[in-house]
Write a protein that binds this ligand. Structure first.
Ligand code: SF4
Length: 460
C-alpha cells in the first residue's frame, strides 16, 4: 500500500442503505490503515469519496445532486472519487456527465483505493463487471455507527431476481461469507464494545444457499449468540421463501436474537407476487406470519410496493385490507419506480405515477393508525430501552426498544440521570405517538452525557 508523504485527509459521503454504509466503512478503514486522516466534512478533505446508491431512480437523482454539489464547491487540488452501486450500474453515463471526477471505482476496487489515490492522473474507468469479491474480516473497517451497535454483512449479491430489482446486476451473484470469517469479525466488533450486531445482506435468509444449497442463517445465529459480549442479534432483509423451521425455532428460543424480524413482502396479491417473481404466494406468507406471530413479543417489519404495472384498484384494496389486519409493528411503502433493465419495466399496464404515490400514502396512513394504537398500548407500562445517544439540545436520551432497528424504526425519548449510552434501561412510558414514545427512567447510570460507554469510532 502507498502511504502519502504528508498524511492527507479523506471524507466519505455515504448514500443509500446500511449495506452501502458497510462499504463506506471499509473505504475509511483501508485509507486509515494506509495513513490517511479522516475528515468530518468535504471542506476539510483532500479527497472526497461519494459512495453512491443506484437502486431506484430517486437514489440515482440524489447521487447526481450530491456529486454536482461536491464538484461545485470543490477546493483547489481537491480530488473527487465516485464509488458504489451507481458506478456499477451506469459508469459510462457518469463519466459523460461528470468528466471532472478523478476516479470512478467499482465495489471490487475498494481494497485498491490507497494505490489508486497514490498514483498520478485519473482512473479513466472501464466497463465494470458485476462484483465477484467479498469484504472479509481482514479488510480494515472503521465503524461509523454509535459504538454499541454495528452492521454485520454476512453475504453480498443476490440470486433472487425479483422482477422490479436491479440489485443482482449491480452487486452480482449471491456470495456468502464463511462462518469462520463472520465469527472473526463479530469477535473483533465485540472486543470493541459492540453489544448489538445487525445482520445484513441483500437476502439474509439466503445465507449459505451458494455454499451448501440450504439456508445456514439459523446455525450462524447460534454461533454468533455465543460470541462473548454480544447481547442482541437483529436480522434485517429476510425473504419469505427462504425461512426454515430451524430459523423459526431459533427466533423463538434464542435469548440473544431479538424478537424482531424485517420481512419485506412487497405485495399480498397472488397475481402480483407471481409477476414480481417473489416465489411465495399469499397462503405461504400467511402461514409464515402465523408462525412468527406465535412467538411472544415478535415485532415484524415489512415493506410494500404500490403501483406495479398492472396493479388494479382491487389488488391494491386487497393489500390495504391485509395491512388493516394489523400483522406489522412497522411498515415501509415505496411507490413503484420503473428501473430500465428490469423485467417489471417492460410489463404492460403502467399505473400513473400519481396513483402509485397516492396508494403508497393511503397504505402508510392505514399503518400509521395501527402503529399509534400499538405505541399507545405501551403508555403506563415499563419498556426496556437501549440508549443510543444523548440529545443535548432537548436534554433527553434517544434510544429504542428491542422492537426497533436503529435509524429505521421508532425512537424512544428518555428522561433520566446520567444514563449509560449503549446500555439497556427500564423506562416508564408516559406518552406515545405513531413513531415515537416518551419515557422516564429512574435508573442511576454512571455514564457521561457526551460520551457514555462504548460510543465513538473504532477500527477493526
Ligand atoms: S431479494 Fe429481490 S428485491 Fe431483494 S435484492 Fe434480491 S432481487 Fe432485489
Amino acid at each position: 500500500l502507498i502511504s502519502p508523504a504528508v498524511p492527507r485527509a479523506v471524507c466519505v459521503v455515504s448514500l443509500g442503505c446500511p449495506k452501502n454504509l458497510v462499504d463506506s466503512e471499509h473505504i475509511l478503514g483501508v485509507l486509515g490503515r494506509s495513513g490517511w486522516r479522516i475528515a468530518a466534512t468535504p471542506e476539510l478533505a483532500d479527497v472526497v469519496v461519494v459512495n453512491t446508491c443506484g437502486f431506484l431512480q430517486s437514489a440515482v437523482k440524489e447521487a447526481y445532486g450530491v456529486i454536482r454539489g461536491i464538484l461545485d464547491s470543490r477546493l483547489p487540488n481537491q480530488c473527487i472519487v465516485v464509488a458504489g452501486c451507481l458506478v456499477q450500474r451506469q459508469l459510462a453515463a457518469l463519466q459523460q456527465m461528470f468528466p471532472q471526477v478523478e476516479h470512478f471505482i467499482g465495489i471490487d476496487d475498494i481494497p485498491r483505493l490507497p494505490a489508486i489515490l497514490g498514483r498520478p492522473g485519473k482512473t479513466a474507468g472501464r466497463p465494470l463487471r458485476a462484483p465477484t469479491g467479498l469484504c472479509r474480516a481482514g479488510l480494515p473497517r472503521l465503524v461509523s455507527t454509535p459504538g454499541h451497535y454495528a452492521f454485520l454483512r454476512i453475504a453480498d449479491g443476490c440470486d433472487n431476481c425479483c422482477a422490479y430489482c436491479l440489485i443482482p446486476s449491480i452487486r452480482g451473484r449471491l456470495r456468502s461469507r464463511s462462518l469462520h470469517d463472520i465469527l472473526r469479525e463479530a469477535r473483533m466488533l465485540a472486543a470493541n464494545q459492540v453489544r448489538e450486531l445487525i445482520l445484513i445482506a441483500q437476502d439474509t435468509t439466503a445465507y449459505g444457499l451458494d455454499i451448501v444449497g440450504r439456508s445456514l442463517l439459523a446455525p450462524l445465529l447460534r454461533r454468533l449468540a455465543r460470541v462473548e459480549g454480544i447481547e442482541w442479534l437483529r436480522v434485517l432483509y429476510t425473504h419469505p421463501a427462504h425461512f426454515t423451521p430451524d430459523l423459526l425455532d431459533e427466533l423463538a428460543a434464542s435469548d440473544k436474537v431479538v424478537k424482531y424480524i424485517d420481512l419485506p413482502l412487497q405485495h399480498i396479491s397472488d397475481r402480483l407476487l407471481q409477476c414480481m417473481n417473489r416465489r411465495s404466494l399469499r397462503s405461504d406468507v400467511e402461514f409464515l406470519l402465523g408462525r412468527l406471530r406465535s412467538i411472544p413479543g415478535m415485532a415484524i417489519r415489512t415493506t410494500f410496493i404500490t403501483g406495479l404495472p398492472g396493479e388494479t384498484r382491487a389488488e391494491f384494496a386487497e393489500l390495504l385490507e391485509f395491512v388493516h389486519q394489523g400483522h406489522f409493528a412497522h411498515v415501509g411503502c415505496f411507490a413503484y419506480s420503473p428501473e430500465p433493465g428490469t423485467r417489471a419495466a417492460r410489463m404492460p399496464g403502467p399505473v400513473a405515477p400519481a396513483t402509485r404515490e397516492a396508494r403508497a400514502r393511503e397504505l402508510m396512513a392505514a399503518q400509521r393508525r395501527i402503529s399509534l394504537a400499538r405505541n399507545r398500548a405501551l403508555v403506563g407500562r415499563t419498556a426496556e430501552v437501549r440508549i443510543d445517544r444523548f440529545d443535548s439540545g432537548r436534554n433527553e436520551y434517544l434510544g429504542r426498544t428491542y422492537a426497533d432497528a436503529p435509524e429505521i424504526d421508532n425512537t424512544a425519548h428518555v428522561r433520566g440521570d446520567r444514563l449509560i449510552v449503549g446500555s439497556v434501561v427500564s423506562a416508564s412510558v408516559i406518552r406515545a405517538g405513531a413513531y415515537d414514545i416518551w419515557a422516564e427512567s429512574s435508573e442511576q447510570g454512571s455514564g457521561t452525557r457526551d460520551q457514555g460507554v462504548g460510543s465513538g469510532r473504532r477500527e477493526n
